[in-house]
Unconditional design. Structure first.
Length: 367
């Protein structure tokens, strides 16, 4: 059982590191809008992007226009100020004498922690902060380990065959993945790769579900963060290419095609190498795009309630009912998508591993 969770711990460290560093979806500012801004017309696009992006604190709820949030650790390495650790609660959107680091309110680094160098320019320090997505990865991974260990403990005490409830359901799910996905796709060596593939499935599925929960410990857009999906795809890429058979590398660098297609100009080799890279790239984009699209649709439907306020009580009431109905429908649809995306990622990873582990064909013996 310990071997099965080594992959989980490795995923935690890698995904957490990338999720807290340079990313296209890094943290928006934590400032509370002024009264004038609150009365302005709602910018739906800005609202959706703000909720999808990462933050330096974990917002829980708002009481009387006061945001209640869990502060997260800010870890910065700067040429000007060295190594620094702060709480996100002390960050501001303007620089001060007491706090050299602040969250940029606008510009190319909007929503990110910056500082002023000696020339007065706004620059980025090395940011190793534990953001909301990184904290969610650590928390969800801990919860997932506890759940799996609990099922394993019940399995050691007595067989789960014929058991009902959560433990029986987990056994059914694991056995289905093993017998219907991993074993047929990978082949005889499926047990060697089963811990990795199962870890991928449960990590993605669990974080997909947590992302649909609007309150703590959910609400983080983990699998909708391109850094996290990049790490997951990178693990698949490394597993496939570092454990490939001789036949796999032969087909990659010297495929069985007419010689003029592979020498002197390596046309087929280039095509094969591009295909090797695009496979994990497709995994990354598919998971990221599907989860982001689902969250965007739900946020867009919710914003209809506020956008139609100025159109009158009748229209607003009607659009509120439509918004609630479709949000409920999309929510259950997203639960299905959460499973499907984890399942597809698992299937394709198993298929890629199986193709790379294709045994070298035996040479025919001549009499």
């Amino acid at each position: 059982m310990i071997k099965k969770f080594n992959f989980i711990l490795l995923l935690i460290l890698s995904a957490s590191f990338l999720a807290t560093n340079v990313s296209a979806q890094e943290a928006p500012g934590n400032a509370v809008p002024s009264n004038e801004q609150q009365h302005e017309e709602i910018d739906v696009r800005e609202l959706i992007l703000e909720h999808l992006a990462d933050t330096y604190e974990w917002h829980l709820f708002t009481i009387n226009e006061k945001a209640i949030s869990i502060p997260l650790p800010i870890i910065l390495i700067s040429k000007e100020h060295g190594f620094n650790i702060y709480s996100s609660s002390v960050l501001e959107e303007v620089s001060s004498l007491n706090m050299p680091f602040y969250i940029a309110p606008d510009g190319p680094y909007k929503g990110k922690i910056v500082e002023r160098n000696r020339a007065g320019d706004e620059v980025r320090p090395l940011d190793l902060s534990i953001t909301k997505n990184a904290a969610s990865i650590l928390l969800s991974s801990l919860l997932l380990i506890l759940i799996i260990m609990s099922v394993a403990r019940h399995y050691k005490e007595e067989s789960l065959n014929g058991k009902k409830g959560f433990s029986g359901g987990m056994e059914f799910l694991i056995e289905s993945l093993m017998n219907d996905v991993i074993r047929p796709s990978i082949g005889k060596e499926y047990r060697k790769y089963a811990p990795f593939v199962l870890t991928l499935f449960f990590f993605i599925f669990f974080n997909n579900l947590l992302g649909l929960v609007p309150f703590f410990p959910g609400g983080a857009n983990v699998t909708g963060n391109i850094s996290v999906t990049l790490v997951l795809a990178l693990f698949t890429f490394l597993t496939v290419n570092l454990t490939g058979s001789k036949s796999y590398y032969k087909d990659l660098f010297w495929p069985d095609v007419p010689t003029f297609l592979k020498a002197p100009f390596p046309l087929m080799q280039i095509i094969e190498l591009v295909g090797t890279i695009t496979k994990p790239f497709a995994l990354m984009i598919r998971l990221f795009a599907n989860m982001t699209a689902g969250h965007s649709i739900m946020l867009g439907l919710t914003s209809l309630v506020f956008v139609t306020v100025s159109l009158g009580a009748g229209i607003n009431s009607g659009m509120t009912a439509v918004s609630v109905f479709f949000n409920i429908f999309i929510f259950f649809l997203e639960m299905l998508v959460a499973f499907i995306q984890a399942y597809i990622f698992t299937i394709l990873t198993s298929v890629f591993i199986g193709l790379a582990r294709t045994p070298e064909p035996r040479k025919k013996q001549t009499k």
